[in-house]
Design a protein around this ligand. Sequence first.
Ligand SMILES: C[N+](C)(C)CCCC[C@H](N)C(=O)O
Ligand SMILES: O=C(O)CCC(=O)C(=O)O
Ligand SMILES: [Fe+2]
Length: 424
Amino acid sequence: MQRYFNLTNKGLSVNISRALFSTSAPKLHKANAKKRLEGTGAVPQRAGLANDGQVFLDWNNRKTSVYSHFWLRDHCRCAECYHPVTRQRLVDTFAIPRDIQPAAVDSRKDGLSVIWPDGHQSKYAWDWLHTHSYSPVLRTSEPLATRKPKLWDAGLKLTPVDHEAVMNTEEGLRQWLDQLETFGISFVEGVPTTVEATEKLARRLCFLRETHYSQGIWYFTADLAHADTAYTQLALGAHTDNTYFTEPAGLQMFHKLEFEGQGGDSLFVDGFSVAKQLKEASPAAYRTLANTLIPTHSAGDENVLIVPTPRANPILNHGPDGELYQIRYNNDDRSTLDHLSSTQLEAFYDALFLWSDLLKSKKNELWDPLAPGRVVTFDNWRVLHGRSAFTGHRRICGAYFPWDDYKSRARVLRMTPQDKDRLL
Ligand SMILES: C[N+](C)(C)CCCC[C@H](N)C(=O)O
Ligand SMILES: O=C(O)CCC(=O)C(=O)O
Ligand SMILES: [Fe+2]
């Protein structure tokens, strides 16, 4: 049941209805703004008056969202304007009059209906409108981005995920990816100690990132097969890999297939947790590591000279929203610092010492002997890794994974196609 109020202005009839049947449907008004707007003859989107050219939705929690007319037309969700299968915009944004006004607006049980002057009818689901309310923003998190990280220290106790479950059930796979997104690290146990089984497990997660080290799965031992310290028996302090790539690998996997000797345990440190500790200990040092650009390179192999574009990046990388999203830190792969002023250089070294002290603090170090059969996978944008020096024979195989494709896989596993439609 609906009630209609008709307003006529410049010969345009506007239907305002109130949905009385659905508790989740917001009340809809547009009369005042529209009347004032048309009375002034101003160009709506440029008028700068708060309520001009907008549709108002009152939600049940007494919040009111406003949506611009142009935005609504540009975001029409009908099959002609938005491809229902490819989920891509079909409407020609640039063919929409910049000052478009609806001919009629109607609140329906399942969403907002708008009829435009050319007769085109747009529909928007209420939950889609609520999710994408931008004035004000009503969503409390960005559900597409990632799981909220849970920070950890040396005491982290994660339940290992069963290899059979990962390979044969969606639940097992989801558990693995959930841990990766939440803690930035996860262990799979019961993996056959072969390169083939490890590669199968890796590809269950995502296709692999090729690098100068390999096409896909790699394995290494202390033989300098590649000119990098990983291929020696030296200890490696906590670091992230690929600091010299424009985009470092998103994930890394290790499986220790063979070991006869002493030492060679694996080290993991939650870089997001250490960053938080640094910020608390010295906001100035934190700012220095967030702002100082560090050049890096990979140049050991004869035919390789990799540097990133841009040439240098901070250790602590923040998005435009100010969130820390990536750690890039490998003190061994840092290039010559020749671009900082004397003052900047001293500030950088001071901050680096504080960072390193926290990284090496016992309470942050998670050590694991990584017994054969126990495969570790970790977020190379968050969790730093290292190893103790070793003697004897040690062979590890593993893989790098691209960030976006790993995230996509994780997202799809925790979302329905309906979630996709609502969240995009
Ligand atoms: C993992 N794998 C053995 C293939 C290579 C190791 C490379 C470590 C290197 N310093 C870097 O940051 O890339
Ligand atoms: O040998 C190890 O355990 C790790 C070496 C390393 O840092 C790497 O391969 O990226
Ligand atoms: Fe490494």
